[in-house]
Design a protein around this ligand. Structure first.
Ligand code: NAD
Length: 254
């Protein structure tokens, strides 16, 4: 018996990093996973990887940065699955930029992907979950919704907005048996974090500094975030509502 046996999960950003690890883990736990990502090639490679293990993924290539794409993704999933038990909003991007040089286009783009997609997907899925009488939503924020870092102003703001949205929705829909929580990862070894290191004059040194900032002496692994997402998606944390779950190897308590 898996912890998610028979549950339908919609996960965004499945082609890489944390979303990729969560997809594998959720399927192994018995979920029927619908995965969305703008990167279709990497999505196909995940499908092939899962097929080698006798598993299957319903993959949809979509760029979630518009409301219409979010509407279409939810419509498509209901048409095929008939229900969504778990929405795991994981897709996100990182843009590093000095605050005074962050232009309107950059700001609009990072908000569209990191925040507005979460807003619109929740908006589309909640009426269905109300009708079902249950549902679980996991929204991905970041430790950088809680602490700060120079050059990350726009990113921090999008993740802070995700935390606030999560708390507001958790209150508004608690009585509908919809459990809504936020996951706040610390530094995790994924292409997104590597992109940050690669922007430094000395990427190796940047990585070592990143590791030094971790009390556990290493970066997180995507599977370690996925395990917490699995716990949040399962029936176990029945009392958790509107929580911000920090999973960061102790970085934010330093
Ligand atoms: P990643 O870059 O490895 O994976 C992100 C995935 O999201 C990619 O497959 C990408 O194609 C997809 N994606 C991006 N924009 C999209 C869009 N417009 N439409 C559809 N798909 C899109 O990143 P990751 O490190 O696995 O990050 C996953 C989430 O965790 C993000 O929300 C990120 O902000 C958050 N996070 C990551 C870290 C970290 O250190 N890696 C720390 C805190 C929070």
């Amino acid at each position: 018996m898996g912890r998610l046996d028979g549950k339908v999960a919609l996960i965004t950003g499945v082609s890489s990093g944390i979303g990729r690890a969560a997809t594998t883990l959720f399927i192994e736990a018995g979920a029927i996973v619908f995965g969305v990502d703008r990167n279709a090639d990497a999505g196909q490679s995940l499908i092939a990887e899962l097929q080698d293990k006798g598993r299957s993924l319903h993959f949809l290539a979509a760029d979630l940065s518009t409301e219409s794409a979010c509407i279409e993704v939810i419509r498509h999933t209901y048409e095929r699955a008939g229900r969504i038990d778990i929405l795991y909003n994981n897709a996100g991007i990182l843009i590093l930029s000095p605050f005074t040089q962050t232009n309107a286009e950059t700001l609009e783009h990072i908000f569209a992907v990191n925040f507005k997609s979460v807003f619109y997907l929740c908006q589309q899925v909640i009426p269905h979950m109300q009708q079902q009488g249950s549902g679980v939503i996991i929204n991905t924020a970041s430790e950088l919704a809680i602490v700060a870092q120079p050059l990350y102003a726009a990113y921090c703001a999008t993740k802070g907005a995700v935390l606030s949205l999560t708390r507001a929705l958790a209150l508004e829909y608690a009585k509908d048996n919809i459990r809504i929580n936020a996951l706040c990862p610390g530094p995790v070894a994924t292409p997104l974090l590597q992109q940050e290191f690669d922007l430094a004059a000395d990427p190796n040194q940047a990585e070592q500094e990143g590791i030094s900032a971790m009390p556990i002496g290493r970066l997180g692994k995507p599977e370690e975030i996925a395990q917490v997402a699995l716990f949040l998606a399962s029936d176990a944390p029945a009392l958790m509502q509107g929580a911000s779950i920090v999973v960061d190897g102790g970085k934010t308590i330093l």
